[in-house]
Design a protein around this ligand. Sequence first.
Ligand code: NDP
Length: 246
Amino acid sequence: MFEYDLKDNSLTDKVILVTGAGSGIGRQAALTYARLGATVILLGKTVAKLESVYDEIVQAGYPEPAIIPLDLKGATQQNYIDMSNTIAQQFGKLDGALLNASMLGELTPYTNIHQQIWDDIIKVNVTAQHLLAQALIPTMLKAPTASLVFTSSGVGNKGRAFWGAYSVSKFATEGLMEVIADEYEDSSLRVNAINPGATATPMRARAYPGEDQSTIACAEDIMPLYVYLMADDSLKTNGQVIKAQG
Ligand code: NDP
């Protein structure tokens, strides 16, 4: 496991956007960031799930979060630009963005891949990540320092049979991260990617329906890396794909 001490005030006064904040790893990251002092912006497609995370944060007495309901499958470039401008107006800056939401699609032999599912995965896991990053960077550059974090996977640098478009989309995610990290190397923005490793979530259960999830890490276990990349201790880390369970 990546080791990092979660200190109570390590994210105080930071504004952090988390995509896919209603479920699985994103939900845990949002709760953890709020507990460590951040104001979190919860983005996701199912409003009820976002509201439940919102309520949990408020009830715990952490900084009041914001909710952005957005379906990455249907969102337009203008939607992302408007969202970034709204964040800049409301908060003045964005210190961190955890681009965590993605879709698995179907695990199937290569020649059986449905074209619609291929298109949806590329839209959500690649194009939407690019449009999010492109729209958010100007608002992130308003912060003294900022951290943009993409989410890859074990199939993001080594292809695996039956993982089709999902695997291809994670290769693209790592490429996108490297391009932006290189371009902003001398700036206040750092850009990295996390490979979470096998983690008990609804997506993992869809990929491995027969697995006993009590035998693998839970989302809380992998939070040290998620916090490290948002905290000032990672100011010099740029262009890396880091394993949360490495
Ligand atoms: P979950 O399926 O539990 O959560 C995914 C989140 O993404 C959900 O909140 C979901 O929202 C959101 N999401 C999916 N599609 C869209 C969309 N079109 N628009 C907006 N939000 C969307 O997955 P995990 O927590 O397991 O995965 C988190 C990240 O970690 C993913 O990028 C995944 O690829 C990666 N990962 C996970 C591993 C694991 O073992 N769990 C291993 C390797 C990588 P909603 O709930 O509303 O549908």
